[in-house]
Design a protein around this ligand. Structure first.
Ligand SMILES: Nc1ncnc2c1ncn2[C@@H]1O[C@H](COP(=O)(O)OP(=O)(O)OP(=O)(O)O)[C@@H](O)[C@H]1O
Length: 480
């Protein structure tokens, strides 16, 4: 695509008005515009002519913008596809971007946004524009559902994903349940050269010994009791693609040994069969326990660990990246709006405060579920506190209880001067720490181990702080 030539744009939209508006506006800005009103006509047009950009409505009669992208693939066109979508369908646009759309614009149109999209070609380090259908363009970091994260730690992880995806390295993803390990694995696959082949997930956490081997490698009929048919294993299913093994630490030792052999030899044999099958599979594994410690305690094979440990990604729990909470909440709400055809605009300030202070033990999954639930129940423009589930409202009550009341529950002896009304940093920090400890203790019913876990400190440190803030007598009493 030559930079200085007039750029050619194809608009595919079954709404004549949209076609007319875009035609008029883009022609005014010196683009050469063609308009067609169906997916089929669009494809025919692309067979005849090369366009720099294709504006494609997401809903096109019986087809979708995603269908058009699929239909264009065999033409290997270098056109950049921009999906047109209504605000309530923003999640759809997110999916389109993930599947390789260049960008999306929202209806009603903001004309300066359209020009921005056209004037900001994505360039790689050498200054070349990316071919949109090749899917090599880095995801715009603020527009995709996957990247509805704004914390620096997640941005860094995103860069790591971009770096590691095109290689065949095995990746270990660590993180608590619900932190997004599978999403990361899918993203690595999506950005890899294997993206047109299967991504096959297998949860090893729930598999017993015999079942684990059979799920991974398959079996032939009669090879063990219950093997009533031949069965394809996940390795075969993932051939040429990616196999994602969740909770790998739970695999029984003999299956770990077989797994290592298959990875090393790139050959797989169904249980009970003598036939070796070639397998070309990239492995990504996830665990919420440290596999290095697991091999040190003999629970995991050391040689398998070293074979898998080519690259490591640590996904922090949501409570350690609070900057992500509200952007993820907005993203999940947009999903709910889309699914339920609602138009909830956001969250009450109080709800946002609760979201920020709540420790989210179930991480993103819990946040998503809370928003799905409250979105379903909401009949208003905003989500109110009353729609939050019990654990959040209880937490909020503990968190916002007047300090005096809480202190009554917790007799103060040798307390640090928490009533210091001065604004010096030290007393401010002390007061904040004390408040958070009290909130957390209340939340976990004064269970110190759980509180220490949520506060991300060890029990000893928690006790020291309880002493420091004059809360120790309460802690002691509970201990007995
Ligand atoms: N970056 C993200 N943006 C939007 N949604 C996300 C993101 N990461 C995860 N999610 C959503 O959060 C939920 C949990 O994610 P996922 O299943 O990947 O977590 P996990 O760590 O693999 O969980 P488990 O360990 O329990 O299997 C899913 O519904 C997923 O769609």
């Amino acid at each position: 695509m030559a930079e200085n030539q007039t750029k050619k744009i194809l608009v595919i939209d079954d709404d004549v008005n949209v076609g007319n508006i875009l035609n008029a506006f883009l022609s005014q800005h010196n683009y050469e515009v063609s308009v067609v009103y169906s997916a089929k006509a669009g494809i025919e047009q692309c067979k005849r002519e090369q366009f720099d950009y294709i504006f494609c409505d997401y809903r096109l009669g019986g087809k979708s913008g995603l269908d058009v992208m699929e239909m264009l693939r065999p033409l290997q066109t270098a056109s950049k596809i921009i999906i047109i979508t209504a605000y309530a369908q923003v999640n759809v646009a997110v999916t389109a971007i993930k599947k390789g759309a260049y960008d999306f614009i929202l209806k009603p149109f903001q004309f300066d946004e359209i020009l921005k999209v056209l004037r900001e070609p994505q360039r790689n380090a050498e200054g070349f524009t990316y071919d949109i259908l090749s899917d090599e363009r880095p995801l715009s970091t603020d527009r995709t559902g996957f990247w509805a994260c704004s914390s620096q730690v997640m941005k860094d992880i995103y860069d790591e994903i971009a770096l590691i995806a095109p290689t065949d390295y095995t990746v270990i993803i660590y993180g608590e349940s619900g932190t997004g390990k599978e999403m990361v694995a899918r993203e690595i696959h999506r950005k890899s050269t294997r993206k047109d082949h299967p991504f096959i997930p297998l949860d090893c956490g729930t598999l017993s010994g015999e079942l684990a081997g059979s799920e991974l490698f398959g079996h032939i009929k009669g090879s063990f009791t219950g093997a009533v048919n031949d069965k394809e294993g996940h390795f075969e299913m993932a051939n040429k693609g990616t196999l994602f093994l969740d909770e790998i630490g739970n695999l029984p030792p003999d299956v770990q040994a077989s797994l290592l052999r298959v990875i090393q030899e790139r050959k797989c044999r169904r249980i009970g069969s003598g036939v070796q099958l070639d397998v070309d599979v990239r492995i990504i594994v996830a665990s919420n326990e440290n596999l290095q410690s697991a091999y040190q305690t003999g629970k995991f094979r050391e040689d398998l660990y070293h074979r898998l440990n080519e690259f490591k990604i640590n996904l922090p729990p949501l409570r350690e990246r609070k900057e992500d909470i509200l952007s993820l909440a907005d993203y999940f709400l947009a999903e709910v709006n889309q699914e339920l055809n609602k138009n909830i605009q956001g969250f009450d300030e109080e709800v946002k405060r609760i979201f920020i202070s709540y420790p989210w033990p179930g991480n993103l999954r819990e946040l998503k579920n809370v928003i799905r639930r409250s979105g379903l129940l909401s009949n208003d423009m905003h989500v109110h506190k009353e729609l939050l589930p019990f654990e959040l409202t209880t937490f909020a009550t503990a968190a916002i209880a007047p300090e005096a009341e809480v202190i009554k529950l917790v007799p103060q002896k040798n307390a640090a001067s928490s009533d210091n009304s001065g604004r010096d940093l030290k007393s401010f920090v002390a007061k904040t720490q004390k408040d958070i400890i009290l909130e957390t203790l209340g939340f976990v019913n004064y269970n110190k181990s759980k509180a220490a876990l949520l506060l991300n400190i060890d029990r000893k440190t928690l006790y020291n702080k309880l002493r420091e803030y004059g809360l120790y007598s309460k802690a002691k009493k509970d201990e007995n």
